[in-house]
Design a protein around this ligand. Structure first.
Ligand SMILES: Nc1ncnc2c1ncn2[C@@H]1O[C@H](COP(=O)(O)OP(=O)(O)OP(=O)(O)O)[C@@H](O)[C@H]1O
Ligand SMILES: [Mg+2]
Length: 339
């Protein structure tokens, strides 16, 4: 049995919709019967489009929301009934929270939150050095949090979450808003935290982040789990085995037809970019070479440049499972780019 055991969890919210004074109550089902299990020491990622139910799931596990039905157990303790026990085992970092006092220094924040966790001042003082060293924040201990960069602040938030030495850490979008270098550093630290035996449940919109970090990934859509497996198996499960990207002068439907016939294409998407057409082809097989493709295209008088082969990525799995692509904003933050 996993350290986290979630069984048929459901949670809905009552909201009001419609024009002022004629608003009607409506139930929004945020989490719709999800089940999963996380083994000790595992990094488990929840992926899904906006509104899929990721944060709601995290909040239920963090004992901040009570589920309508189903069960969530942390080390055998029921999050709805044994919240005090669960909080001793687990800490959560939620995004956008004012989780730190900006007018206090890093050290003062950690001392304050340590006391909120019920830890002795002596224990916290002993722990601070190690944590600040681990996060590379030694020289920031006496700096006001308001003077820190977003990445440094996020490291303080993580230090805070690690103060009580929890067995499980819930991280909701931990690298949100960080520049690529800070995000890489934070991912490395998350990996190191897991290497110390901690169990981590995280949510992210960055597919490569989930791919790089996770032992298991669950993609949720409309409150339900669409798929759950290791990143490798999820990618292998796709019908498309190979993705070809080509830049050509022109492409038409008849070429798509012949290409599909010859190379078992699952889908062909084209996009005009300046004076070139960028073609992305997903193939069901991967038993052909670049030369076979260029020879084939040359036979139709098409000169292909920038031809590349890719294996399906977690983003491809995400799109297949949820029917939605990663948003432009997320791409700008470094998500893998589809042609
Ligand atoms: N307190 C609330 N009251 C009403 N509806 C809510 C509340 N919290 C969440 N919801 C709704 O529940 C659904 C799931 O929200 P949730 O925050 O869990 O999504 P998410 O997967 O974390 O999305 P995102 O990627 O945008 O963070 C959404 O439709 C949301 O509008
Ligand atoms: Mg969320």
């Amino acid at each position: 049995m996993g350290i986290i055991q979630v069984d048929n969890l459901k949670k809905g919210f009552i909201t009001k919709k419609g024009p002022l004074f004629r608003r009607k109550k409506e139930v929004v089902t945020a989490v719709d019967g999800i089940s999963f299990s996380i083994a000790q020491g595992e990094i488990f990622s929840l992926l899904g489009p906006n509104g899929a139910g990721k944060t709601t799931t995290i909040k239920i596990l963090a004992t901040l929301l009570i589920p309508d039905s189903g069960k969530a157990l942390v080390k055998g303790f029921d999050v709805a009934r044994d919240d005090l026990e669960v909080r001793k085992i687990m800490t959560a970092v939620l995004p956008g929270e004012r989780t730190l006092f900006w007018k206090l220094t890093v050290k003062e924040n950690l001392l304050y939150f340590g006391s909120l966790y019920g830890l002795t001042r002596r224990y916290v003082k002993g722990k601070i050095d190690g944590l600040l060293q681990f996060f590379g924040l030694d020289d920031k201990r006496d700096i006001l949090v308001e003077k820190l960069s977003t990445g440094e602040r996020q490291k303080v938030v993580l230090s805070r979450a690690l103060l009580p030495d929890p067995e499980v850490i819930l991280l909701d979008e931990p690298t949100l808003g960080l520049d690529p270098v800070a995000a890489i550093a934070l991912r490395k630290l998350i990996k190191q935290i897991a290497d110390r035996g901690k169990t981590i449940l995280l949510t992210t919109h960055y597919m490569y982040e989930a791919d790089e970090l996770s032992d298991s990934v669950a993609i949720i859509n409309n409150g339900k789990i669409a798929c759950l497996d290791t990143p490798h198996k999820l990618k292998q499960s796709l019908v498309a085995r190979k993705i070809i990207r080509i830049s050509v002068d022109a492409w038409d439907n008849s070429l798509s037809y012949h290409f599909t016939d010859r190379f078992h294409a699952q889908s062909i998407d084209t996009k005009q970019r300046d004076d070139k057409v960028l073609v992305q082809i997903k193939c069901r097989h991967n038993d052909f070479s670049i030369k076979e493709i260029t020879d084939f295209l040359n036979g139709y008088g098409v000169n292909a440049t920038n031809l590349s082969f890719d294996e399906p990525s977690l983003e491809d799995v995400f799109i297949e499972m949820t029917g939605s692509a990663i948003s432009e904003k997320e791409r700008a933050n470094g998500a893998q780019v589809l042609v």
